[in-house]
Every structure is written in C-alpha cells, then in structure tokens.
Write a protein that binds this ligand. Sequence first.
Ligand SMILES: Cc1ncc(COP(=O)(O)O)c(C=O)c1O
Length: 467
Amino acid sequence: MNKTSKMDDPAVTMARLQALDRRYHLHPFTDPQALVQAPPFLMETAEGCYVSGQGIRLLDAMAGLGCVNIGYGRKEMVETAASAMEQLSYYHSFAAVTNPAAAALAGKLVSLMPEGLNRVFFANSGSEANETLIKLALMYWRRKGKPKKRVFITRDYSYHGSTIATSLLGGNDEMIADYGLDAHGEVARVVAPFWYRDGGDMDAETFGLHAARAIEQKIVELGADKVAAVIAEPIQGTLGAVMPPDSYWPEVERICRRHNVLLIADEVVTGLGRTGAWFAQQTYGFKADMMALAKGLSSGYFPISAAVISDEIADVVTAESAIMNHGFTTSAHPVGCAVALKNLDILERENLVDRVANDIGPYFATRLVELEKHPLVGEVRVRGLIAGIELTRNKQTREQYPVNFNLGGHVGHAAMIRGVIARPAGNAIVLCPPFIIKRGEVDYMVASMMDALNDTLALMKQQGIWP
Ligand SMILES: Cc1ncc(COP(=O)(O)O)c(C=O)c1O
C-alpha cells in the first residue's frame, strides 16, 4: 500500500484524529480515565433524530445536550447560515450598532415572550445569559438605591452554567470545591422541589408548598433587604429532569413578590417549546422578571443565547447616562441571529410546539410511563418532550442506590449499546428528544430503554447486587 492510499484509508484517518484529540483536546465534563481507557468517540454526521460516527448510528433521545429541537441537518438552516455569512460575516453590537437579523430576532422573541418580558440582550451560551442576568440584577438593585441586595437564592440539584458565578449558583459542589470558589455569603441554597428523593412522607403537592416556603424562610432568615433574586430552572434538567409539583411555582412567585425579590427563570433547557408551551412559565403558571434562553434558540446550529428582562428592569439599568459595562465580541452575531430566526420560523411553520403539547408529547408520556413496571424504575416524570426516569432500590420506600454506584451511568451505557443516547444523571436517566421524533422512533426508544434496564438488572443479579 503506498503512502497516499494509506492516508486516504478512513480507519487510518480516524485513528490519527483520535490520537490528536486524545493528545491535545481538553474535553468539558469528561472523566480523564475514560480517554485513557478508550479513544474519544468520533461523531461525524447527523440527520433528523440520528447521529452517526465510527460506522454506528444512534437515535439521539437527548437532542445533543437538549438543544437540537428541530432535528439535525436541516438544509434551510445551512442555507440561511451560508447566506447570512456571505452578507455580513461579522459585526459587533457595541456603541449603538446593530444588524438586520439582530433587530428582527429581538422583535420576534418579544412577540413570543410571556407578557412583560420585552428586552433582550444577546450572548453566546446559557452560562453567559445567566451571568448577564446576575449582573443586571445586581445593577438593578444598586440603581434602585438598594446596593445591599446581593444574595442569590438557588436550589439543590440546579445547574446554571460553568462560569465562576454560575458555578457558584449550581447544585454541584464539586464545581465549586475543585476551584476553591467562594461566594462570600452571596449565594444561599435551599431544598429543590424533588418530591421523589426529598419528599419523605408528604404528598407531592404539600411537598411543593414546603419546598417553596423554604425559599421564604431563607429570605426571612437573611433579610429581604439582602436578597437580590431567586434563580431557578422551571424543570431541573441536568440533574435528573426534576419536575416540581404544580403547587410549587405559583407559590414561589408569590413569595418573591411579597418580599420584593427578583425571580429569574433559567429557561435554557425549557424555553422555546420543550414543555409543550413556548416557555415553561406558561406550563407551570408563573411569571419571572428575568429569563435566560439558549439551547433551543438556534437548536444548537449556532452558539447564541439571550438574557431577557422586563421593561421595568431595563429602564432602571439603562436609565442613567452611565454605559452598561457588559458585552461580548460576538453578542448579536449576525449569523447566529439569522440562524435563530430561521429556527423560530421552522418551529412556527411546522407547529412543532403544538406537536409537543398535543401529539407527540402525550404519546411519549403514555409510552414512557410503561417503564414504571420495571423493578428498577421508581417514577417516570414527563412534561412535553422532557422526561426523567428515576431509578430506585425499593419502589415502596423510594430508597436510592448510593450515587457512586452510578446506576444511571450503567443504564445509559446499556441504552447506548441498544442504539439510543439517553443521559445518565446520578440515579436518574434524562430523555429529551428532538420535537420531530416520530411515533415509531418513540416506540424504538422505549423498547431500547426497557432492554437497557433488563440488561442492567441481569448484570446486578449476576453480581449479587439485586435485590
Ligand atoms: C438550565 C441550564 N442553564 C444553563 C446552562 C448552561 O448553558 P451553556 O452550557 O450553554 O453555557 C445549562 C446547560 O446545560 C442548563 O441546562
């Protein structure tokens, strides 16, 4: 075999790329041991609900990281990006400059927003959108003459991003301890509305109120004059698709209003259709003062996010002649804005949010709930097209396996072998497929999850871990 043909050999190319990646690429949220034991998986192409690499095709029941809502590989998204790049490959939005796509996207988003949320700041990631909201909340209270309002209340199991401030707001202690971060008393964490794990003997709705009132107790304990905002995901996706009882959100809103504390909805996962409404605030019946959007804004076709605030807050933070000292080189990127606009156009034209609410979402729920019959499954929670499969040691007592047992990881791995990407989250598995998923694909997903649970249970029996 001559040199050229060897270079052209796909297996050789793959091995070379994997070697380069292993040597030089630092991966986010990756166990380094995984890369010692095996080369990175090379994902190469994607279409619809499927991703492919190394000759393997998988049903992506995670829509990437919960972002590819319109599905992969849409030609009109590619054409939109190409023509936007041709027209204006880049320009910034500092110092009162804009571009046609940014202006149109801001207007379009506000037309979809819950009433009152009508000013948009563009960033590049969910972390940046939340970071922006944290800064704007601090600025708001300073300009309102209440500079002591600086504490942010957050909840167990939450995830708001990977920047320093958003790590401090998250429920993952390792993200704080690994870097020796310190919130200097400006973050206070309370119980999450996670009935299955923390509800004890209470029924779910009572526990929802109890969890909401933990926020009130914290505000009272700290003093409302010290609390800037409550920041919370309507559904806590990353750590198990934690879904609050219906009693929770309206009570949280009432508490925030009563104590003059801002309410920030982190809708990075739930925003733009995931729960079957444009925003999960509509699903759960509450209104926030600020909202973060990211993933579904471009369906992952371009890095773009939005920090959305009310007129009232915008008027305060822009009232004085002082410049808002905040922004990113690629804020309101013309290509990102054009891609996001096209994504919204597709969601509307194909009635995809309605499909999640009234067609595929209910089917997904009906089929998934069948998994509750499995001995390892304690609860299946579903809203729209996001689900958490809660794994348990004992259905009656709701006992958990120790987190280091990594039961979710084992089931996730077994699902992958069965051809489906599902996301392990401790003792739960998260599913949030693209909105275009077909009934037959849901059937395949459920059957594969059942097989994966059976495979895991068989292994546990073999190793004497079960019952
Ligand atoms: C609820 C929530 N907020 C914020 C983020 C951070 O978004 P990004 O990874 O785009 O910074 C995520 C990411 O998964 C998320 O799930």
